[in-house]
Write a protein that binds this ligand. Structure first.
Ligand code: E4P
Length: 224
């Protein structure tokens, strides 16, 4: 499973990319606003800077809702760097734009997917990634993970579909583990949840014991 970071925070992205475990980045207009509120600056420059940190796909979202403007914005975003994945909403205009971009070999992430029917449309439009939002469905007392299972099952029926399932709106490590068991290709994970993945109380407890016992041996691995 590939791990993307769901953030536009340059410092967080740099810090977590240092682990060597990040395969890409997703942003959205709300994450961009949060970052620009803190730092100021220009959206296009921010995306260009993120593209230099990570070699893998960096999703940058269009703002327009109408097809003509959306296509122009998409082409402008795609020109920022070779690792841009243009993020398009799951609307008729978004999927029309998706079809055109995918035919040109531009990566597309179709976002705001909340049903298997929508995911089918995105695959037919040639999306590189489909982003079903697990947490926002859970927030409505619907089963976000069931949607992941349905999409993975459907895509597996059609080997000519190349669209990867990118699990979005992740709220906790369980969303990632369960999606991985289903065979989802990518998880885009907020920084705080990436950090939670490392942690287990028994790891901390075990390490404390090992450190204490090692000190008592008086040995040094590097001294000799
Ligand atoms: C996906 O690419 C979105 O950026 C994201 O996962 C939205 O998640 P949220 O529900 O936490 O805003």
């Amino acid at each position: 499973m590939k791990f993307f970071i769901d953030s536009a925070d340059i410092n967080e992205i740099k810090d977590l990319a240092d682990s060597g475990l990040l395969d890409g980045v997703t942003t959205n207009p709300s994450l961009i606003k949060k970052q620009l509120d803190k730092t100021g600056g220009d959206f296009l420059e921010l995306i260009a800077d993120i593209c230099k940190i990570i070699d893998g796909p960096v999703s940058a979202e269009v703002a327009a809702l109408d097809f003509d403007t959306m296509l122009k914005e998409a082409e402008k975003l795609a020109n920022i760097a070779s690792n841009i994945a243009v993020k398009l909403p799951l609307t008729p205009a978004g999927l029309k734009t998706c079809k055109i971009l995918s035919q040109k070999g531009i990566m597309v992430n179709v976002t705001l997917c909340f049903s298997a029917a929508q995911a089918l449309l995105a695959a037919k439009a040639g999306a590189t990634f489909i982003s079903p939002f697990v947490g926002r469905l859970d927030d409505l007392s619907q089963d976000g993970l069931q949607l992941i299972e349905d999409i993975v099952d459907i895509y597996e029926q059609y080997p000519n579909f190349t669209t990867e399932v990118l699990v979005a709106s992740i709220r906790n490590p369980n969303h990632i583990v369960e999606s991985a068991k289903m065979g989802a290709h990518v998880a885009t994970i907020p920084p705080n949840v990436i950090r939670q993945l490392y942690s287990h109380p028994l790891t901390d407890k075990g390490l404390a014991t090992f450190v204490a016992d090692w000190e008592k041996t008086g040995q040094s691995i590097l001294a000799a």
